[in-house]
Design a protein around this ligand. Structure first.
Ligand code: LMR
Length: 401
């Protein structure tokens, strides 16, 4: 029956993790997957998460019952508050529909699925060039067309704002514009607030629908509110929009698949209808979302002391990453590595888009056992004071040869 089924290629990010795991070279480095590591290269369970787990384990009323279809209600409300702000006009006016999702991927999926059914399916979803490698497949899976907008300028290793605005202008009216709320994946290049205002102007003029993916709140600046600025600005301007949240990175809950989809609409009546339809879609796909990660996040978001500790934990992660950026930059300058390397310190979030070519990436993998995606993206969190010399020398070598 399935002899003619074409073989699908492996996922570019998770394949690297598997190859890295089977590599026995002692100095191997994994800079592929965007997952935080401590300075010993170990996964880091956030201390605040450990505390929340202790509370959960010792709760005498603990059970493993189903969550409601749209997830833990208090978690959903706190998630909307976290991204939109406690004083959000949309929350006050009950114009918000929320649904707990299978992390950011689930939120993206449910978001485009909902739009394909209840918004339009005759317009493209505009994705940045480049974007997170999963965006295209998530959109195509629900039968929507993908179109790229200009984003990254390899000449400056920064944002091509003119190209970006032009692409938005050239797209059919009413397109769905998929925007990274902060800490753009894979480039680490975000628009400034001034540039966001221009982007919002064009999106308004063209009647595009803003679709925010927010997988790194707290990772861009270390400040949760500042990282939510773009989303809140769009809400203040009166846009109807949706936001996908992931707690994989900012809580380190990667495998717990904890996320949320929040839709901001015009009025409370629409919000109730939207939530009812999203619940129907969710029921047919996952029935109800997993409880464990949501309970952890819920505890932390509702307890001022734990919330403050979470902010400290976030700063621990973001400042270690910033420190690695600085050290890498200094080492490349010290080695006299040809090219400019300012972008390593200018870019933000978990990733740096190094500008290394696919052929150079191959040498890093084959010769040095350093694993990174072929677009030259590195997860800064994979670097440490113990491997940064080895990495800088390897980069220096591939750039020179
Ligand atoms: C990444 O971009 O490395 C992460 O978001 C992991 C993933 O799911 O691709």
């Amino acid at each position: 029956l399935f002899q003619n089924t074409p073989l699908a290629g492996p996922d570019k990010i998770f394949h690297l993790t598997a190859v890295y795991a089977s590599d026995e070279f002692p100095q191997k480095i994994n800079l592929g997957v965007g997952a935080y590591r401590d300075n010993d290269g170990k996964p880091w369970v956030l201390p605040v998460v450990k505390k929340a787990e202790d509370i959960l384990i010792n709760d005498p009323n603990r059970n493993h019952e189903y969550l409601p279809i749209t997830g833990l209600p208090t978690f959903r409300a706190a998630s909307a508050k976290l991204i939109l702000g406690a004083d959000s006009p949309a929350i006050k006016e009950n114009r918000v529909s929320t649904c707990q999702t299978i992390s950011g991927t689930g939120a993206n999926h449910l978001g485009v699925l909902f739009l394909s059914r209840f918004y339009r399916n005759d317009v493209p979803v505009l994705i940045s060039k480049p974007t997170w490698i999963n965006h295209r497949d998530i959109v195509n899976n629900v039968g929507l067309e993908v179109r790229e907008y200009a984003y990254y300028d390899p000449k400056t290793n920064g944002l091509d704002i003119d190209g970006f605005l032009k692409s938005l202008n050239d797209a059919p009216n009413g397109s769905i514009a998929l925007l990274h709320a902060c800490a753009h994946n894979p480039t680490g290049v975000d628009p400034s607030q001034e540039q966001w205002r221009k982007i919002a102007d064009v999106i308004a003029a063209k009647g595009h629908y803003p679709f925010f993916d927010c997988a790194y709140q707290g990772f861009a600046s270390g400040d949760l509110d500042r990282d939510a600025w773009a989303v809140r600005y769009f809400v203040e301007r009166g846009f109807e929009l949706l936001v996908c949240q992931s707690y994989s990175k900012n809580f380190g809950l990667y495998g717990q698949r904890t996320g949320c989809l929040t839709v901001v609409s015009k009025n409370a009546d629409a919000a109730v209808k939207i939530e009812s339809q999203i619940a129907k879609l969710q029921r047919a796909e996952v029935s109800n979302p997993p409880a464990y990660g949501a309970r952890i996040v819920n505890l932390v978001l509702h307890d001022p002391k734990l919330y403050a500790e979470w902010n400290d934990n976030l700063r621990t992660m973001s400042s270690r990453i910033m420190d690695m950026r600085k050290q890498l930059y200094d080492k490349l300058i010290e080695l006299g590595t040809p090219g400019t390397w300012n972008h390593i310190i200018d870019q933000i979030g978990m990733f740096s888009f190094t500008g290394l070519k696919p052929s150079q990436v191959q040498v890093l993998i084959q010769k040095y056992h350093i694993y990174l995606t072929d677009n030259g993206r590195i997860s800064m969190a994979g670097l440490s004071t113990k491997n940064i010399d080895y990495f800088a020398k390897a980069v220096n070598d591939v750039v020179r040869n």
